[in-house]
Design a protein around this ligand. Structure first.
Ligand SMILES: NC(=O)C1=CN([C@@H]2O[C@H](COP(=O)(O)OP(=O)(O)OC[C@H]3O[C@@H](n4cnc5c(N)ncnc54)[C@H](OP(=O)(O)O)[C@@H]3O)[C@@H](O)[C@H]2O)C=CC1
Ligand SMILES: CC(=O)C(=O)O
Ligand SMILES: [Mg+2]
Length: 753
């Protein structure tokens, strides 16, 4: 099964949704619920206080409840994606998906609600009654023409934003692309002649928005299955089509397109033929947006008209019209000013902000979102990529400003620069860096050796790694690996590369390579032969050493220290630094790096200083300005202890080195992480809470990391092995398939090294 260039099996899609907690969404308390006192405050009797406050002043609901950051994604399932009317219950996976996209892209909390009715009045009444609960309503996948009636009625009845994303999300991104295509071809919106093919939810909304932006009513010809919608046509009409009917002699799409500047397709696959494109004006603008197959393929359009600018809904061609560029950020801006609606001014501001972003230079750290190629504004880049983290700053600010200017904001933002900073801080940079690392891997797929190819979790990771387009898995295992893949439902198991140490023709070269390294460490040739043939980590590392892969992942079948020492026989440390392990703890708004959590039992002062320097470099690559705390149970010598010298000496050593990051110590974790505690030591040289914790010894480090992994609310990446001469990563024995894929991507991409 495929959605553009990403492939997956039906079994995988079901497994993704079923694994762990079924579905994609859960609710997490944002306040402590630990003590009787917490409960008394959260619920009765404490909760009575905000109840009375809200009753006296309804605006207080934004201060005392989640309303102000909560959007309902509501559907009746009558037009689920391009799948048709499959009912409310079947639409739930899509609506849950939309809810999590709100969270992922713009930190908007969202919940899906599926209403089992096709009756317009019943639907409207049910949604209108929900106004107290939410800051906004995203209507989704509701069939035309009911969607128009429902949205209109709800916009009139409700005093919070109601936004049918299939209409307006599409329209906003389309409008952004049109603005840029017109700029590139020297056209003004007031002059362009447009043909819209399709007269459904998306087409009507796109047409209304471009008209609101200045395209003339009599310059737009709309077509449906019966051809041109002209004034006086009687068959197949409704009030929404009639509103766009014009006086024209054209009766077919081909006639309408003669001399037209822009084609907007929101209809069906293949509806636009090459000979129709030939008749369009010079440098025609062709948006063929039917999903999953466009009205015309970009290759066909360009063959007919090499001067055309072409956009589609697909990610495997340039200029993708994708709603996720819009809805999360539009609601973010609307919620932040407590807008009562999302009006045309806000939609147009969003379109201009998205268009403007495509015209800006792509910074190097964002280039991965564009497939690793530095993009510059031009015919193949008129719309930004969905993973561009700059969207989170550009779009909400524009939408919020437009809401204020047009008088629908209930709360102003005085300092837009500060708001922009707050938006940036809202997203943990680690999330963006991971996303970009995945995109970079897709742009530059590498060969990753999975040393434990007989483990199901490893095979799942290898399949996900390959199917995600991140690279080519090279599996180490016995001959039945292909059978195992087949049993997992993989359609073409034989296409996976498997190396078996029992019969690999590479074994003699591996033995030579390894014996040359180990003979002066006392190893006998037959010992080396036995290791290569019998120890999968030695064999896998030798594959890496011989250039059969670009990176190596192992760890799920043996304790960490054993895997590490097996790999170290073959792979050196990089330079003089002792390799070390680093856990990365990722929360919604913070990331903390902790090291050395895996290798050296009692690091020397020099090793601690080295760890700080290398950990700082990895943190920078992951988007964080490093602030290192050297941890201890003691704060600056209080209490005194006999094991503190290494830690204190490490700080002194860094004082003597040329470093470009903040560090401080020795200090306890609460002083490192809690600003109120840090205030008790006003001389501390950190400008904020530490984000790199250099641990005094392996006991405390490894225990802390494992405790946090098992008990903590954060997600944990790693441990990442830093300081090896080649990209090698050792996963924990508890690793999931997605943990392994993340390590593979970070390792092959050079972020973890
Ligand atoms: N890329 C993107 O971001 C988006 C793409 N889309 C795509 O746009 C298309 C329409 O979606 P939506 O508006 O929700 O659907 P609707 O069902 O509301 O409307 C479909 C419209 O297309 C018309 N149509 C269908 N086939 C043809 C044809 N061969 N020639 C001319 N007109 C035709 C229909 O005509 P009639 O009225 O005569 O039945 C109808 O007016 C879909 O393919 C969808 O995937 C939609 C949203 C976003
Ligand atoms: C993308 C989307 O919202 C749809 O196809 O319905
Ligand atoms: Mg939809």
């Amino acid at each position: 099964m495929s959605e553009s260039n990403i492939t997956f099996s039906e079994a995988e899609a079901l497994h993704f949704h079923a694994k762990g907690r079924p579905g994609k969404i859960e609710i997490v308390a944002s306040k402590p619920m630990a003590t009787q006192r917490d409960l008394s405050l959260a619920y009765s009797p404490g909760v009575a206080v905000p109840v009375r406050a809200i009753a006296a002043n309804p605006a207080c609901a934004y201060d005392y409840t989640a309303k102000g950051n909560l959007v309902a994604v509501i559907s009746n399932g009558t037009a689920i994606l391009g799948l048709g009317n499959l009912g409310a219950l079947a639409s739930k996976p899509v609506m849950e998906g939309k809810a999590v996209l709100f969270k992922r892209f713009a930190d908007v909390d969202s919940i899906d609600l599926e209403l089992a009715t096709e009756d317009v009045d019943a639907f409207v009444n049910a949604v209108a009654l929900l106004e107290p609960s939410f800051g906004g309503i995203n209507l989704e996948d509701i069939a035309a023409p009911s969607c128009f009636i429902i949205e209109q009625a709800l916009r009139e009845r409700m005093n919070i934003p109601v936004f049918h994303d299939d209409q307006h999300g599409t329209a906003i991104i389309t409008a952004a692309g049109i603005i840029n295509a017109c700029l590139l071809t020297g056209r003004a919106l007031k002059d362009v002649k447009v043909v819209v093919n399709g007269a459904g939810a998306a087409a009507i909304a796109c047409t209304e928005l471009i008209k609101a932006m200045g395209v003339r009513h009599d310059h737009v010809i709309m077509c449906d299955r019966q051809g041109v919608i002209y004034q006086g046509r009687e068959g197949g009409m409704d009030q929404w089509k009639s509103a766009h009917a014009i006086a024209t002699d054209a009766r077919t799409l081909k006639e309408a397109l003669a001399g037209a500047d822009i084609f907007l397709g929101l209809s069906a696959a293949g509806a636009l033929k090459p000979d129709m494109v030939t008749d369009m004006a010079a440098q025609p603008i062709i948006f063929a947006m039917a999903n999953p197959d466009p009205e015309i393929l970009p290759t066909e359009a360009k063959a007919a008209r090499p001067d055309a600018i072409v956009a589609t809904g697909r990610s495997d061609y340039p200029n993708q019209v994708n709603n996720v560029l819009g809805f999360p950020f539009i609601f973010r801006g609307a919620l932040d000013v407590r807008a009562t609606t999302i009006n045309d001014e806000m939609k147009i501001a969003a379109a201009h902000a998205i268009a403007e972003l495509a015209r800006q230079q792509v910074p190097e750290e964002v280039a991965a979102a564009y497939g690793g190629k530095a993009q510059s504004f031009g015919p193949d880049y008129i719309i930004p990529a969905p993973f561009d983290p700059r969207l989170m700053e550009m779009v909400p600010t524009a939408v919020a400003q437009a809401a204020m200017d047009s008088g629908v904001a209930q709360k102003g933002i005085e300092d837009m620069a500060a708001y922009r900073m707050a938006l940036r801080a809202r997203m943990n940079p680690t999330t963006s860096v991971l996303t970009l690392a995945y995109e970079a891997a897709r742009a530059n797929p590498r060969r990753v050796i999975f040393a434990e190819g007989e483990e199901e979790v490893v095979l799942r990771a290898a399949v996900a790694f390959r199917e995600g387009g991140y690279g080519i898995p090279v599996l180490v295992g016995r001959d039945d690996v292909h059978d195992r893949l087949r049993a997992m439902g993989v359609a073409d198991p034989e296409s996976y590369e498997v190396h078996n140490s029992r019969n690999s023709p590479l074994v003699p070269r591996m033995i030579d390579h390894l014996y040359a390294r180990l003979q002066r460490r006392g190893y006998l040739a037959r010992e080396v032969e036995r290791m290569v043939k019998q120890d999968r980590n030695t064999f896998a590392a030798a594959l890496l050493a011989l250039g059969e892969g670009d990176a190596l992942i192992s760890g799920v079948t043996r304790p960490y220290a054993q895997t590490y020492s097996q790999l170290r026989r073959v792979i050196d440390a990089a330079g003089a630094v002792t390799p070390f392990g680093m856990h990365v703890l990722v929360g919604q708004s913070h990331t903390v790096f902790m090291a050395d959590t895996t290798v050296t039992e009692r690091p020397t002062a020099t090793q601690l200083a080295d760890i700080a320097e290398h950990a700082a470099a990895v943190a920078r690559r992951m988007g964080h300005e490093p602030r290192v705390a050297f941890l201890s149970y003691s704060n600056f010598g209080n209490p005194e202890g006999k094991w503190l010298d290494n830690v204190r000496d490490a700080v002194t050593l860094l004082d003597q080195r040329q470093t470009d990051f903040e560090y401080e110590g020795e200090m306890s974790p609460d002083v490192a992480l809690n600003p109120a505690m840090a205030d008790k030591y006003p001389f501390i040289r950190l400008s904020g809470p530490a984000n790199i914790l250099v641990m005094p010894g392996l006991q405390s480090a490894n225990l802390s990391a494992k405790l946090l992994r098992e008990l903590g609310g954060d997600s944990v990446i790693g441990p990442i092995l830093v300081g090896m001469d080649q990209p090698v990563q050792i996963a924990p024995m508890s690793a999931t398939a997605s943990d392994l894929v993340t390590l593979a991507v970070l390792s092959a991409g050079g972020i973890a090294r």
